[in-house]
Design a protein around this ligand. Structure first.
Ligand SMILES: Nc1ncnc2c1ncn2[C@@H]1O[C@H](COP(=O)(O)OP(=O)(O)O)[C@@H](O)[C@H]1O
Ligand SMILES: [Mg+2]
Length: 365
């Protein structure tokens, strides 16, 4: 079952549901010294927005191409809608792909670009026209149908590429870093729009990105990949709040990571002091920056999980102030404070930082 969507809204689902996808031991070896995928096992539900997240070269595109049938796995099995597709060629899988480079036909106009696949399938002209118009209206490019593709902005071109895939009504849509060429504002707008479209259509989306923020705002679940292996799969909140290893913690953007020196039932020791509380056993500890409280040194009574620090750096981000605090012993910690109108701490201020045990996670490297 798909987890609860993280971007919650009220769009009515269409009632249809995309196909489920299962990968069993999928491996890809390009050459003796080039292994792109090392035994990938995944179950993606029909209608789920699923994201593959990982650094460049970790195998994301290769995995998408294997699902699409554009590449053969060296080993393992792919199932779409409960049936093995190992011997089904790409054009017979009800799967469409949107690539990072839009790959539009510059000599055709927007209407012809969107309708191209339907025309190749021999669909009736009137039916093509109707479907293209509907799809273009749906993703808000109805006014651009007569334009030439080389007269469009990057965002408009990406919408055309998306419409060209959606008009085929695939059960599964694969999206390979489709937004990475766009500037930040347009990108976050299209992120939200894509997740709305996906929920309205009920298709299965497999989205690829190297950007953890993008993965978090769009996805029902995310798989973090590194070097051809899945590191962790779960809803965004689980990956961010409970990373299972150091790679996932770092990739989700966490900086406050420390080695555990010693651990017993009442707490654990780190290079900056003792954290009191009952924590899972682990070799490393993460303290989430938004769970700490920072106060002036004089405003706090010493107690468990309170540490003296000096403000080394302050970054103003509008909704939060982000402080890099020097805890002594060559150790720093980053804490964010909500901007609720209180004056900010200046660099050099002596402060006390209180760590909440709910913001502390332990795990093995
Ligand atoms: N056609 C190919 N021939 C040889 N090696 C390849 C080929 N395609 C990808 N690779 C290698 O496989 C690994 C994964 O690549 P890719 O799937 O493109 O990663 P990502 O999309 O995550 O950046 C990389 O080391 C890449 O160099
Ligand atoms: Mg890629």
């Amino acid at each position: 079952m798909a987890a609860e969507p993280t971007t919650q809204h009220q769009d009515q689902a269409s009632g249809r549901s995309g196909s489920s996808i299962e990968l069993h031991g999928v491996t890809k070896q390009f050459a003796a010294d080039s292994i792109a995928l090392r035994g990938i096992n995944l179950k993606i539900s029909g209608g789920e927005f699923f994201t593959l997240l990982g650094p460049s070269g970790c195998g994301k595109t290769t995995l998408l191409r294997i699902i699409a049938g554009l590449e053969n796995a060296s080993d393992g099995e792919v199932e779409i809608g409960g049936a093995s597709v190992t011997d089904v060629p790409a054009h017979k899988r009800n799967v469409n792909t949107v690539f990072q480079s839009y790959a539009l036909f510059n000599h055709l106009d927007v209407r012809e670009n969107i309708g191209f696949g339907l025309k190749m399938r021999g669909m009736d002209k009137a039916e093509i026209s109707k479907r293209v118009t509907e799809t273009a209206e749906f993703i808000k490019i109805g006014n651009l149908l007569g334009r030439r593709v080389d007269q469009l902005s990057g965002g408009q071109r990406q919408r055309v590429a998306l419409a060209r895939a959606l008009v085929n009504e695939p059960d599964v849509l694969l999206l390979d870093e489709p937004l990475s060429a766009l500037d930040a504002g347009l990108r976050s707008e299209l992120q939200l729009e894509l997740s709305r479209i996906q929920r309205r259509l009920g298709m299965t989306f497999i989205f690829v990105t190297h950007d953890q923020q993008e993965a978090m705002v769009m996805s029902d679940r995310v798989a973090v990949l590194n070097d051809g292996r899945i590191q962790q799969v779960g809803p965004p909140q689980q990956l961010y709040e409970h990373p299972e290893n150091l790679f996932v913690a770092r990739f989700m953007g966490h900086q406050n990571l420390y080695e555990v020196r010693q651990q017993d039932e009442s707490g654990l020791d780190t290079c900056f002091g003792r954290l009191v509380g009952e924590f899972e056993r682990g070799t490393h500890v993460l303290i989430r920056p938004e769970t700490m409280t920072v106060v002036r040194e004089d405003d706090v009574n010493a107690g468990p999980n309170v540490f003296a620090a000096v403000v080394r750096e302050r970054v103003y981000r509008g909704h939060v102030a982000e402080y890099t605090l020097d805890l002594g012993n060559d150790t720093e910690i980053v804490a964010t404070c909500n901007n609720v109108g209180e004056p900010m701490f200046d660099v050099g201020t002596r402060v006390a930082v209180k760590v909440q045990t709910s913001g502390v996670v332990t795990f093995h490297a």
